[in-house]
Design a binder for this molecule. Structure first.
Ligand code: GDP
Length: 463
């Protein structure tokens, strides 16, 4: 642990997320990064999916070689913590008081397709959470020979090969510049970024062949060390984290994957976690990390127990009552019993800001996690659509009852938007009887789209 000179603090690894349109190559890119991490066999390096992979600095040095030494820094970051699940939904759960615990994002764009629907959405989300990003322009292996113009900027050399692609790239470039500006990068800072990466933070890569991956990691490291250090100061103190997901593991029951972004989490710690009924106060029974593949003796022998973990890290937490916790909710360690009531309030306030009920005539929103609920309510607000009830969990009769009350006031809002959750048979039956519309979907924007289509039809009927 490299200290910052101040006592009891250290520089943690930046938390990196990967976003982009479907099929742009997010999963392939993550596999490539994880493959690199696994090959290095560092402790804590993930061989299996537990939500996040740690890529140590040593691995970066090996990948990027002499390039890395060109970055002049006083303090080195220890590596990167890369969130394994790509896409908006996983990103949504990295939430903390209106912001994100993600420090930087990789926005993956298909070089031949340029800006696509989910590229715009990803940029919107990153902007609203004020998370800086670099663009991985992926699948450059499909543009043969672009490298044979080494002295030309990337866009120029693509031009030599493929006019249609270059038009998409130029559109992408000007759009990204606009977004960088609106993210509040000051002009002088922005120029430094531009200078550093030559063509903005636009890095040509092939997630398939690995070409450009050293450069991508180098740019990430460079930007993190130049611009993110202040954010990366973590304390040697009781931990703060976010529940990323809940998962059943053979032999362990329900485990909560937690991303620790500050402090140190220890076995036996007293923790408060946002829960479905109310916040859960419990003690950490076990902390688990995945075992390197070649140390596994059987398929069940997948984890190693650890005593403590410092930020930033992904870890599986086992404790009584965690099955009632909500993905996207905070996990905060109480240093003593005296602190519990203050922390309970803090956790509750954060959960309640997202789950709410009002008596206005608006739609009912149900989602699988706090993060997706927040994202969904955000979409609706952007479209000036009021929300009556926002909650986590399956669609139940109470939800239909709420929507049916709305029907009497303003029928075009008598709808339930359900993201990635079940609808109970009783709720479905009741909805059919009461004439309440239920929209279910596993893709956020499509859910809003489907609802909006229906909503406009209802509006047209009113006239
Ligand atoms: P995701 O939906 O963004 O996670 O995209 P995937 O990683 O699943 O990739 C979608 C498709 O593009 C798959 O068939 C990949 O093999 C392919 N693909 C991903 N990266 C590259 C690349 O760099 N070059 C080429 N030629 N194909 C790629």
């Amino acid at each position: 642990m490299q200290t910052t000179g101040q006592q009891d603090t250290y520089i943690r690894a930046p938390i990196v997320v990967v976003l982009g349109h479907v099929d742009a190559g997010k999963t392939t890119l993550l596999d490539k990064i994880r493959g690199t991490a696994v090959a290095k066999r560092e402790p804590g390096t993930m061989t299996q999916h537990i939500g996040a992979s740690f890529l140590p600095w040593k691995a970066l040095e090996e990948i990027s070689g002499p390039l890395l030494s060109q970055i002049k820094v006083e303090i080195k970051i220890p590596g990167f913590l890369v969130i394994d699940t790509p896409g908006h939904e996983a990103f949504s759960n990295l939430r903390v008081r209106g912001g994100s615990i993600a420090d930087i994002a990789i926005l993956v764009v298909d070089v031949q397709r340029g800006l696509e629907q989910q590229t715009f959405e990803a940029i919107d989300i990153l902007r609203s959470k004020r998370v800086p990003f670099i663009v991985a322009v992926n699948k450059i292996d499909k543009i043969p020979g672009w490298k044979s113009f080494p002295n030309k900027p990337f866009v120029e050399s693509v031009k030599m090969q493929d006019e249609a692609t270059v038009l998409k790239l130029e559109e992408l470039l000007s759009y990204i510049i606009e977004q960088f500006n609106s993210l509040g990068f000051r002009a002088d800072r922005y120029d430094r970024i531009k200078d550093f990466t030559r063509v903005l933070a636009l890095v040509p890569v092939s997630a398939l062949t690995g070409e450009g991956m050293p450069d991508l990691l180098l740019v990430l490291a460079g930007l993190s060390q130049r611009f993110l250090l202040k954010r990366l100061v973590a304390r040697v103190a009781p931990a703060r984290g976010v529940v990323l997901e809940l998962k059943e593991e053979v032999g362990f029951g329900t485990t909560a994957t937690v991303i620790v972004y500050d402090g140190v989490l220890k076995k036996g710690d007293l923790i408060v976690v946002g829960g479905i009924e109310k916040p859960i106060t419990t003690r950490v029974r076990l902390l688990l990390m995945p075992k390197p593949l070649d140390e596994m003796r059987s398929p069940e022998d997948r984890f190693i127990e650890i005593d403590r973990i410092s930020a930033a890290a992904g870890v599986k937490v086992i404790a009584d009552g965690l099955e009632g916790s909500i993905p996207g909710a905070p996990l905060i360690v109480a240093a003593s019993e005296d602190e519990i009531s203050r922390i309970l309030e803090e956790v509750q306030a954060e959960v309640q800001a997202t789950r709410f009920q009002s008596d206005i005539a608006g739609v009912v929103v149900k989602a699988d996690t706090l993060g997706t609920l927040e994202a969904l309510v955000g979409y609706l607000k952007k479209n000036n659509l009021p929300v009556r009830l926002a909650d986590v969990g399956p669609v139940v009769r109470r939800d239909v009852f709420e929507a049916s009350l709305v029907k009497n006031i303003d029928a075009k809002y008598a709808a339930i938007l359900a993201f990635n959750v079940k609808v109970t048979p009783e709720a479905r039956e009741e909805a059919a009887q009461k004439g309440v519309q239920i929209f279910t979907e596993r893709i956020l924007y499509r859910l809003v789209e489907n609802f909006l289509k229906w909503f406009e039809e209802q509006r047209a009927l009113e006239r």
